[in-house]
Ligand binder design. Sequence first.
Ligand code: ZN
Length: 268
Amino acid sequence: MRSLAMRKQNYYLDGRCVFCRKVFTQADLTDEHIIPEAINGSLVIRYGSCKECATRSNQEYENQALNVDLKVPRVLLGLRGKSKGSGPRDARHMPEVFAGDSVMGEEGKRLDFPIEDYPKHFSLVQFSQAGLLVGIDRGATLVNPRLAFFNLGGNGLENVRTRVPFINGPFAMMIAKIGYCYAMAEYGDDYFDATDIRALLMGTRDDVYNFVGNAENPERLSTRHLHGLYFRRRAEWLTVLVHLFASCHSQQGTNICNPYEVVVGRAL
Ligand SMILES: [Zn+2]
């Protein structure tokens, strides 16, 4: 049986907002879910972010990533939303389904499905290795994205394609935020120089693909829980592997995975 849960843990920082690092009273800080609650993330930095920073991360990228890039897996897996009514059960505006191999659908036949019969697969965009790890300035432009396919099985509709809208930026920013917040929760900022990735998350730079990519080599990782997070050292860099939907891994049983990798900063 596929797990839709992950490890639960609460973390406490130093009374400063994880993003802007200013000091606030507890009343002015809000819990920061390292992986969004809307995809069953259960690692929480209690009193982690100030209201301004929480609003910024939600509005600038996280809401879009959850409602566009992650819409299909949220609906198919029945993951809860933050608020009733607008949550994952809201299956309106699901991507259109086409017969055959045509991804863009010009010549494909559009099919209409009740939500119960919607094809049980989804895809996530994959990136080149993070620019900082390979010494290439990748900036904010996504080049040669690939797709990773997750087949949840069950209804024999593997020969159809869904046309998932894709907006460059928000999903990669959400991955950056997950990696950064996990490193801050586990290590705090004495352990790595977070200056650059923090500037990215605060919106004063936009070269997200220098920080976010996919790991160069597939790794054998646990597929037991829905999501997994791991630290790696790559030369002078501290990185975080962000393994989303691990338990929905398409090659069940092999455990050979291709997680996202976030360069959170130079290890100190
Ligand atoms: Zn803040």
